[in-house]
Design a protein around this ligand. Structure first.
Ligand code: SAM
Length: 335
């Protein structure tokens, strides 16, 4: 199925933070190639494993056929609370998320995730609207917003204009055509000039940051007191959301401004396991390039009520405003 199997990132650190064991129920929000799930099953725990990618779920069904402690769920991980209510009515002992795409997804050129491999401009992890449709139909300003907010791309305006000019001549249907608009990689470029553009469009197509925010809230609702949340992120947009979410939920956030009135804080719903994010060991980073940007954050659920995530609280998560916009919502509802 893939050229290089997906190597699980920071597995020892994930297990140390999650502490799975016999009799527990753990949700693995991102099943992928089943690296984490397999290790959690070895601990004796039951696993509810989610993946929105049918290929990942089908490969998992084959690999773990007949395993009676595993439930494979072909849904997005923001449905965690619904599924936990069915499969773990007493609550979860742990939830883990290993964000982003798997090596299998990147390696399959027909999935359209990689600017290094020419393929159809798709980028969908699951259902929904393809990158081809996004590139064909959004106006220049919306394209610029996506590239700027989800890619932190300094040339957002320039690239959005290049997309519109190119599509007026001929439809953009392949990853190669889109990547070419960013120009060739020059010796002084640390990363390929199409990297940020591809990241931005992939995040938009899959509503990745909205999924993350909803999944964190779902984990807060579904973890038992003492239950453990572990999140591995791969870029600063993701990590910022997890960091701020846990800071607010654990009562470790500042008021942000000395002019704001002191708000009466609710009892913390999480205790941070580590103040700072953990990184992969040097040995792992040398071995697996994907691990170099990984950051792990973990927290333990208390018995306090879940945080009230009103709109202004959500806005203080440091997520780009596009996450909560009509544009993102409209395009995610196409799915
Ligand atoms: C980095 S891989 C996970 C690898 C896994 N930890 C392992 O050890 O094999 C991420 C996986 O999560 C899935 N995924 C990403 N976002 C998702 C979401 N919102 N809901 C469900 N699955 C998601 C992707 O389809 C991909 O298969």
């Amino acid at each position: 199925m893939s050229e290089a199997p997906h190597v699980p990132v920071m597995l020892p650190e994930v297990l140390a933070a999650l502490k799975p064991g016999k009799g527990q129920v753990i949700a693995d929000g991102t099943f992928g190639a089943g690296g984490y799930t397999s290790a959690i099953l070895d601990s004796g725990a039951r696993v509810l494993a989610f993946d929105r990618d049918l290929t990942a779920i089908e490969a998992g069904r084959e690999r773990f056929a007949g395993h009676d402690r595993l439930v494979l769920i072909h849904r997005s991980f923001d449905t965690l609370s619904e599924e936990a209510a069915i499969h773990a009515p007493d609550g979860l002992d742990g939830a883990v998320f290993d964000l982003g795409v798997s090596s299998m997804q990147l390696d399959q050129s027909e999935r359209g995730f990689s600017f290094m491999r020419d393929g159809p401009l798709d980028m969908r992890m699951g259902d929904g609207v393809s990158a081809e449709k996004v590139i064909a139909e959004l106006d220049q300003n919306d394209l610029k917003t996506i590239l700027w907010q989800y890619g932190e791309e300094r040339r957002a305006g320039q690239l959005a204009a290049a997309i519109v000019r190119a599509r007026e001549k001929a439809p953009i249907t392949t990853t190669g055509q889109l990547a070419a608009l960013a120009g060739p990689q020059r010796p002084k470029d640390k990363i390929h000039p199409a990297t940020r553009m591809f990241q931005a469009i992939r995040i938009f197509v899959n509503d990745e940051l909205g999924q993350l925010v909803r999944a964190l809230m779902a984990a807060e609702r579904s973890l038992k007191p003492g239950g453990r949340l572990v999140v591995v992120t791969f870029h600063s947009l993701e990590d910022r959301i997890v960091k701020k979410f846990l800071a607010i939920a654990s009562g470790n956030e500042g008021t942000g401004s000395r002019h704001l009135p002191e708000v009466r804080r609710a009892a913390p719903s999480f205790i941070l396991e580590n103040k700072k994010a953990l990184a992969a060991s040097e040995a792992e980073a040398a071995e697996n390039p994907r691990a170099r940007s990984a950051k792990l954050r973990a927290a333990i659920r208390t018995d306090a009520d879940p945080t009230l995530w009103a709109r202004d609280r959500l806005q203080s998560l440091g997520a780009p405003s596009l996450v909560f916009s009509d544009l993102q919502e409209r395009w995610s509802q196409h799915r």
